[in-house]
Ligand binder design. Structure first.
Ligand code: SF4
Ligand code: SF4
Length: 385
């Protein structure tokens, strides 16, 4: 198990090339990972059509810097992503354009992927899933370079290198995964399986942690300057390092906790082999966690299988802000259990069907879905937090 993570400070995206090159140098240089003639797939985080300054997606300057490093090493680059929502060429084009990927490839030989085929891959070693549909480009690559964004996440608390691989599952198959695995721990266990499955093609992860997102990420939170670019061959180690910086313990993030239990990473950030900056000088103690992170069931050590009404009263849930809703219906289309109905052009949630995956919040283009807590929930949290 390699627990090495390189960390480089970076004050702005204008310096992205320097930071990416330095982070790679600290791991032994791009030549350690890329050979002349390789087909490299770059997998950014393009969760939905968001402009780069919203800090929800991997910044185009980071993507461009990585393309240049790979092309200098003599390999070809294909940018591939299955964003939230449909997986078809027209939608991909709008996401690539909106997220700045068209400008990222300008002046390079890199291409954007429009092949929307996929294959069902058998993964017998999977703990939670044994068959996983994966988009074709990641199966045909010699190397995958994953470019996660350092952000919070309403369902999984944090989204980073391991969770970035969720975008290798095609379109609506992602909603099926949410539906099948509606428990957060099971979902995170699936993410760890997924990462191991994709990692049969070597994966190198380089994290855009220059401006990240705090609060109700992955799309409805607030920009937060963090000022780092980090890289590792071990996505679990990279996530553990990122979590240390934004002040999560490994136990608080189920993908990290699961990786520790499976022996895929060391059990403490203190045991990581950090090269570059001193990680302890980078910790942001007041980094804002998503509202859903503070789970009363966990704080009170209550079993998840409690009476439905009690669980509902103690859990956070999505709530529409109708004043900001434009009635586009995106939340209804992306909702895995079809819990949302549009009535008079406004989305209405069937509470009994809602599995609290927060996909509606993630894909709402207007940040019109907020995370709501009952009065009882808020009062108890005030006492316990
Ligand atoms: S996605 Fe957002 S704006 Fe669109 S209908 Fe749903 S809540 Fe309204
Ligand atoms: S209403 Fe929102 S949180 Fe509930 S299941 Fe649908 S997408 Fe998930």
């Amino acid at each position: 198990m390699d627990n090495t993570v390189s960390i480089v400070k970076c004050a702005s995206y204008d310096k992205a090339q320097y930071a990416v090159d330095a982070a790679l140098e600290l791991l032994g240089g791009i030549g350690r990972f890329v050979k002349k003639g390789d087909r490299v797939v770059i997998k950014p985080n393009l969760v939905s059509k968001k402009s780069p300054d919203e800090a929800a997606t991997t910044h185009p300057q980071i993507v461009k810097a990585v393309i240049r490093a790979v092309e200098r090493a003599g390999a070809s680059v294909l940018i591939a992503e299955s964003p939230g929502g449909p997986y078809n060429p027209a939608y991909l084009k709008s996401v690539y354009t909106g997220c700045g990927m068209v400008s990222a490839i300008e002046g390079t030989n890199a291409k954007l992927n429009y092949d929307t085929s996929f294959k069902e891959v058998s993964f017998k070693d999977g703990k939670t899933v044994k068959n996983i549909p994966l988009i074709t480009p990641v199966l045909d690559a010699d190397l995958i370079i994953s470019l996660p964004k350092l952000k919070t996440h309403a369902m999984t608390s944090y989204t980073g290198a391991v969770k970035n691989m969720f975008g290798t599952i095609p379109g609506t198959h992602k909603a099926e995964m949410h539906f099948r695995l509606d428990d957060r721990r099971a979902f995170c266990s699936m993410l760890v399986d997924l990462y191991s499955c994709v990692n049969r093609v070597p994966v190198l992860s380089i994290m855009d942690g220059i401006t990240g997102m705090e609060g109700d990420g992955p799309t409805a939170g607030k920009n937060r300057f963090i000022g780092v670019v980090m890289a590792s061959q071990n996505a679990h180690a990279l996530d553990m390092a990122a979590c240390r910086i934004i002040d999560y313990t490994p136990d608080e993030v189920d993908t990290v906790k699961e990786a520790v239990e499976r022996g895929l990473v060391c059990d403490s950030a203190d045991k990581l082999n950090i090269v570059g900056e001193d990680i302890n000088s980078l910790i942001i103690r007041d980094f804002i966690k998503p509202e859903s992170h503070f789970n009363l069931l966990k704080l009170l050590s209550l079993p998840e299988g409690l009476n439905k009404r009690v669980v509902s009263a103690l859990s956070s849930r999505p709530k529409m802000k109708y004043g900001e809703c434009v009635g586009c219906g995106e939340c209804m289309r992306c909702c895995p259990p079809k819990a949302i109905t549009m009535i008079n052009n406004k989305p209405v949630i069937d509470r009994d069907k809602c599995i609290k995956c927060f996909c509606c919040q993630e894909l709402c283009p207007k940040k019109a879905v907020k995370i709501h807590r009952s009065l009882l929930n808020r009062l108890m949290l005030k006492i316990l937090r």
